[in-house]
Every structure is written in structure tokens, then in C-alpha cells.
Design a binder for this molecule. Structure first.
Ligand SMILES: NC(=O)C1=CN([C@@H]2O[C@H](COP(=O)(O)OP(=O)(O)OC[C@H]3O[C@@H](n4cnc5c(N)ncnc54)[C@H](OP(=O)(O)O)[C@@H]3O)[C@@H](O)[C@H]2O)C=CC1
Ligand SMILES: O=C(O)C1=N[C@H](C(=O)O)C[C@H](O)C1
Length: 255
């Protein structure tokens, strides 16, 4: 079966990477790609249409799944349209507040929704091992550093938040400390969180565990956005035919 894809945020950094990944595959075809104010652009030979036409494009072109890398409010709105039309929705967008995330979750009551803050397979492996490292090194200081390009809007990254949840679920920690300035000695049990923004760095996450005169560093470095895009297209192909519900990238990898 060829999966019919709609793509939002199509002229953004990730939208372009998704169109590049999808057009190179035989298991899917892009039936529309939208962006705000597209201005007659095309990407990978695909004409970019106006996001204002999203609802009618979903109705007319009948995508199997939509892939979204935009912003939190638009992602939640697109998810609602997809839910009403019974179209699966895959989003890698990060930076959701509680209300927008609740809207995304509500859409999953009517259609299949998959949200992953990171579509790199290596990050999923990092999520899997970080809890074990924390359990093995109880009492060690833990700090997380994430580094991204200077156009990134949200901090800490969605991936960092996911890793922090995993760390906190596996040890006895106090507050998260976001950066330090002035008189700021480390409190026992705090987790330091540091967001660097510079140049065009694709995305790096490092967890430092230190104590007992030793340190362990767990690092993931994405070298190219194509790695996220390939994972998102894999997710869209996988989700076609899944029943309504909430899914994450681990479901795709474990399938
Ligand atoms: N899960 C993962 O693996 C990854 C997730 N991300 C996340 O994906 C998201 C997008 O990242 P990136 O591609 O770098 O960002 P960009 O800013 O490069 O692209 C975002 C695109 O979405 C469009 N957009 C933004 N807001 C809206 C809106 N309200 N309605 C319609 N379109 C909108 C933008 O249009 P315009 O040009 O008009 O602003 C732009 O084309 C971020 O949340 C980022 O954290 C990024 C990489 C990997
Ligand atoms: O905005 C980005 O670029 C990225 N965002 C995601 C996040 O917030 O975790 C994933 C990746 O690190 C790139």
C-alpha cells in the first residue's frame, strides 16, 4: 500500500527535510504540502500550497496521514482537522503548553496521533539507557546540556524534557536548575539543565553523571535533519491503518 501524505510547515527546516525523505521512497507519496504564505514556492518539485486551504486539502486529496513540524498551536489545530476527517496525524513539533498538548491528546480519541519530540533512532536508544544509568549511579550529580541552531524557539528542547522525565523517574532528585548565575552553589539532588543556541547546529543532547571520582557522559549528536525526517516518514507509514489512539516513536521502532 502506498501511504498518502500531507505535510505541514513545508518550507521550514524540517518540512523541507521531510519532503526530501518522502519523495525518495516508494511506500508513500506526498499528496499536498502546505505552509503559511507560500509565495509560489516549490520544494523537491512539489508546489507548496497555502495553509489556509488545509481543511479542504484534507477533504479533497484524502491523505492517509499528515506529518507536522510547525508550532504548538498550529499542530493542535491541524490535529483537530485530521481527527474530524479520520486522518492519522504524526507530529514532531515541540514546545507545547498544557492547553495545546491537551488538544493534541483529545484528537487521539478520534484518530491515530503520534507525537515524538525526536525522531532519531539513536535518541530512542538514549531514552532507553538513561534510566538504567541513573539507577546504577544513585546519588551521582546529573546535568543535561542540549545544543541547537540559533533559530530554535523552545528551551529546553522537547528531547531534553523527555530525557529529564526518564531521569527523574529513576532516581531521587530535587528541582531542575535552568542555568546558573552569581552565587549559585549546586544543591544536593538538583538537575542542572543548560540550553545552548548557536549557528546551525542540528541537535545535540548530553547527560553528565558525576560522582565517586568518575564521570559518565551519554551523548547523542544528530549530524543531519534527514535523520529526523526519515524517522517521521517511517512513523507516518507505520501509523496508516492503526486505530485511534496515542502513539510514540517507540511503537514504530518496536513494531
Ligand atoms: N521531533 C523531531 O525529531 C524534531 C522536532 N523539531 C521541532 O519541529 C518544529 C519545527 O522546527 P523547524 O522546522 O526547525 O522550524 P522552522 O521555523 O524552520 O519551520 C516551521 C515551519 O512551520 C511553519 N509554521 C510555524 N507556525 C505556524 C502556524 N501557526 N501555522 C502554520 N505554519 C506555521 C513556519 O512557517 P513560517 O515560515 O511562516 O514561519 C515554518 O515553515 C519545532 O517545534 C522543533 O522543535 C525539529 C527537528 C526535529
Ligand atoms: O528544533 C530542533 O531543531 C529540534 N527539536 C527537537 C527538540 O526540541 O527536541 C529535536 C531535535 O533536537 C531538533
Amino acid at each position: 500500500m502506498t501511504v498518502r501524505l500531507g505535510v505541514t510547515g513545508a518550507t521550514g527546516r524540517m518540512g523541507r527535510a521531510v519532503l526530501s525523505a518522502a519523495t525518495g521512497r516508494e511506500d508513500c507519496e506526498v499528496v499536498f504540502a502546505v505552509n503559511r504564505d507560500p509565495d509560489g514556492e516549490s520544494v523537491e518539485g512539489i508546489d507548496i500550497e497555502s495553509a489556509a486551504a488545509f481543511d479542504s486539502l484534507v477533504a479533497d486529496r484524502e491523505p492517509t496521514a499528515v506529518i507536522d513540524f510547525t508550532g504548538p498551536e498550529s499542530a493542535a489545530n491541524y490535529a483537530r482537522t485530521c481527527a474530524d476527517a479520520g486522518v492519522a496525524f504524526v507530529t514532531g513539533t515541540t514546545g507545547f503548553d498544557d492547553d495545546a498538548y491537551a488538544d493534541l491528546e483529545a484528537a487521539s480519541e478520534e484518530t491515530a496521533v503520534l507525537h515524538a519530540p525526536n525522531f532519531a533512532r539513536g535518541v530512542q536508544a538514549l531514552v532507553n539507557v538513561v534510566g538504567e544509568a541513573v539507577r546504577n549511579l544513585q546519588g551521582y550529580d546529573v546535568e543535561l546540556v542540549e545544543t541547537h541552531h540559533n533559530g530554535k524557539r523552545d528551551a529546553p528542547s522537547g528531547t531534553a524534557n523527555r530525557l529529564l522525565e526518564e531521569i527523574e523517574a529513576n532516581g531521587d532528585f530535587g528541582e531542575r536548575t535552568h542555568g546558573r548565575e552569581g552565587e549559585a552553589p549546586r544543591e544536593a539532588g538538583e538537575i542542572g539543565v543548560h540550553a545552548l543556541r548557536a549557528g546551525d547546529i542540528t541537535g545535540e543532547h548530553e547527560i553528565v553523571l558525576a560522582g565517586n571520582h568518575e564521570e559518565v557522559r551519554l551523548t547523542h549528536r544528530a549530524e543531519d535533519r534527514g535523520v529526523f525526517a526519515a524517522g517521521a516518514v517511517d512513523a507516518a507509514v507505520w501509523i496508516a491503518g492503526q486505530k485511534a489512539g496515542w502513539y510514540d516513536f517507540a511503537d514504530v521502532i518496536d513494531a
